[in-house]
Design a protein around this ligand. Structure first.
Ligand code: ATP
Length: 653
């Protein structure tokens, strides 16, 4: 029975109760995972490690989770290591008596700096063994490195890295260096970590009545159902309150049962936003929402802004501690001092705390017109004060998720909207509610869409208005929100957010900058970036200059071993997966030379974009948030010509 494990969390651990967890225990676990391809097995290995940590040294669970995720803190703390590859190679070289050129060439040959570091460390004899590394100390050192800033920080960072590296045993160096590089390369995405943790607490429930192996007393079916339920609770809690410290604290104290009651959304912690499904035609909207009450809202072309206003002790809103978060839970407060300064004009008397889901859109006040996203993207990431702001914005509020101490995510959209309109003010050009219309026929939707486009919007968001399906689906790409973009209707196809993994030098007029790029989708299951197409059109000269400048700091010596591409598309210059671009295409086709969604639709062929055109840089998206392989496969299958092809064999029978 694969869901039950023979692992004993005390006897099979390599450390004893109360001892700090050795870093080697984590490194060995990751090594085991690296040699395993079955996802369920990977989850079992990781969950057994977590069980040992929970039972023996539970305070180390937080650093263990963060190290598995290659993170140092919640996304909204914006804490990053920021170490250039060259510095890492320098550190490896200096500790092992090699030149930078030797390390560079070894990395180029092997394609994995972690392995090179491990081999170099193993080949080196040291006179005195350094103290054994502990997980908590390694994690604290990484955080210290991330906090080092300023001129002299480079040398300090290198020194710190060296002190960790010389103490590495066995496979520790491989994972230490990969952590410092920001990529563990073992196919361990956030979903696997959540799943492993849920399995761990189902098997070894924490809390006052600790049991080492609850599964032994359950039938396989019952245990499976229990694990599924735990996975759902842990995932939902994490999406609502993406703060591992908080989640683990409650989990270890009161078990899974405590999560739902004690660890819910709170002001100050950005929740993962609800996302929408694309629709290709107005008639698809009706097919989904027929006989339901739904509403259409303008889809504004700006940047998502989740605005949090906490309550002060006197139960008045505490504007000084209000915060604005991006779609990816980054803290954007410093970017919008103008929005913060006018927050008091938004809240009516009686509102003490709230969380609002909004879109900030660049606004031309002189002409009262909305401006495209490109204008907003020229706004500085941090402005000292409202006066410092060069690109004014109008904020369109479209949802209310929390009001006066009570989460509203479980209420219907109709109720949330009613409260929004009752408790908040609007002011043209600064605060507005998203323009909406509760439609019921195709004609109405079509007309409203045309109006939205005329008003410089991207299209419509169509949302379920009443009933259970209109609750706010945290973190879900939900079928209860559909996006209807004008582009889909013009027949030019969907846009895809793709990651640049390589670049081709420009020729002729484009000499001196990159003239084309190899772009990829992301497959979270294999953690691969899979090539999607060569992108060489749709750019202005300025776009190419900007992209070439942006890529400068991301150039790497050789392609990563998690890039999946055909050698016929080898780039002139390889880049780390960092820059995401939105790409429009005529359609999607199966391709023997591209690897997007490989093996999902055809055993050897991937999907590629036909006639791809650059639309814009997606600065708000990290590489892992690019369009996924599964989405690419879905987009391919959703094409009319493919749907018809699939239907034909049936018709013949
Ligand atoms: P996704 O977020 O779906 O991966 P994306 O970031 O490319 O894709 P879109 O596909 O353009 O975003 O659509 C969703 C986004 O539209 C939301 O994240 C939000 O920022 C924006 N938006 C604009 N107007 C609205 C609205 N009325 N309701 C909800 N979202 C809106």
């Amino acid at each position: 029975n694969p869901s039950k494990s023979k692992y004993h969390p005390i006897k099979d651990a390599c450390w004893s109760k109360g001892e700090p967890v050795p870093y080697l225990a984590l490194a060995k676990t990751l090594d085991l995972i690296e040699g395993t391809s079955a996802r369920l097995k990977i989850i079992e290995i990781l969950s057994n490690f977590y069980r040992s940590v929970m039972v023996l040294t539970s305070e180390d669970l937080l650093p263990c989770i963060y190290l598995c995720l290659n993170q140092l803190a919640p996304a909204y703390h914006s804490l990053e290591l920021g170490i250039a590859e060259t510095y890492l190679m320098k550190a490896i070289g200096q500790c092992t008596g090699r030149t930078l050129a030797q390390v560079k060439s070894a990395v180029q040959k092997c394609g994995d700096m972690g392995r090179v570091a491990e081999q170099a460390r193993a080949a080196q004899k040291t006179m005195f063994a350094a103290p054994k590394l502990q997980i908590r100390k390694v994690f604290a050192a990484l955080k210290e490195i991330a906090h080092m800033t300023g001129q002299a920080s480079v040398n300090k960072k290198i020194n710190k890295i060296q002190s960790l590296y010389v103490a590495c045993r066995d496979c520790e160096a491989r994972f230490l260096i990969r952590s410092l590089e920001g990529k563990l390369r073992i196919g361990l995405a956030e979903q696997s970590v959540l799943h492993a943790l849920a399995l761990a607490v189902a098997t070894t429930p924490p809390g006052p009545n600790l049991q080492l192996d609850a599964a032994q007393h359950m039938s396989a079916d019952k245990f499976k159902a229990l694990v599924e339920q735990h996975v759902a609770v842990v995932r939902r809690t994490y999406c609502e309150c993406p703060d591992w410290a908080e989640l683990l604290h409650e989990l270890l104290r009161g078990g899974v049962a405590a999560l739902a009651s004690r660890c819910s959304m709170r002001v100050g912690v950005p929740l993962r936003p609800m996302l929408a499904h694309p629709t290709r035609a107005v008639r698809d909207v009706l097919a989904r929402f027929e006989n339901e009450e739904f509403t259409c809202e303008y889809k504004y072309d700006g940047e998502r802004a989740q605005i949090h206003v906490p309550a002060a002790p006197d139960d008045k809103p505490d504007f000084a501690n209000a915060a604005i978060f991006s779609r990816n839970q980054e803290n954007n407060t410093a970017k919008y001092p103008d929005v913060l300064s006018r927050l008091p004009t938004l809240l009516k008397e009686g509102v003490s705390s709230c969380v609002l889901d909004c879109e900030a859109v660049a606004f031309d006040a002189a002409n009262g017109k909305l401006l495209p996203f490109q204008v907003l993207s020229s706004r500085k990431r941090a402005c000292a004060s409202a006066e410092d702001v060069r690109v004014p914005v109008c904020v369109f509020v479209f949802d209310l998720l929390y009001l006066n101490g009570a989460p509203l995510v479980g209420s219907t959209l109709a109720h949330r909207r009613k409260l929004l309109r009752e408790h908040f003010c609007t002011q043209p050009g600064t605060w507005q509610f998203a323009t909406s219309k509760d439609c019921s026929t195709i004609e109405e939707v079509q007309l409203f869409l045309e109006e939205a486009v005329k008003e410089s919007c991207e299209g419509l968001m169509v949302k379920m208005l009443t009933g259970d399906n209109s609750k706010y689906d945290i973190a879900r790409r939900s079928h209860n929100w559909l996006k209807l973009k004008k582009d889909y209707l013009e027949g030019v196809g969907d846009t895809v957010d793709a990651v640049i993994i390589g670049a081709y030098r420009g020729k002729g007029k484009r000499a001196g900058v990159y003239g084309g790029f190899l772009v990829a989708c992301y497959d979270p299951e294999s953690e691969q970036f899979q090539s999607l197409c060569k992108l060489g059109t749709g750019f202005s000269d300025e776009d190419l200059q900007i992209l070439s400048d942006m890529l400068k700091e991301h150039i790497i010596d050789s392609p990563r071993n998690y890039y999946n591409y055909d050698s016929s598309h080898s780039a002139d210059v390889w880049t780390s997966a960092a820059v995401v671009v939105e790409v429009r295409c005529a359609d999607l086709s199966l391709s023997p030379a591209h690897r997007a969604a490989i093996a999902r639709l055809h055993p050897h062929k991937g999907v590629s974009l036909r006639f791809p055109r650059f639309v814009r840089v997606r600065e708000d998206k990290a590489a892992e948030q690019a369009t996924t392989a599964a989405q690419v496969a879905q987009l391919y299958l959703a094409q009319d010509q493919i749907k018809n092809q699939v239907k034909q064999p049936d018709a013949a029978h």
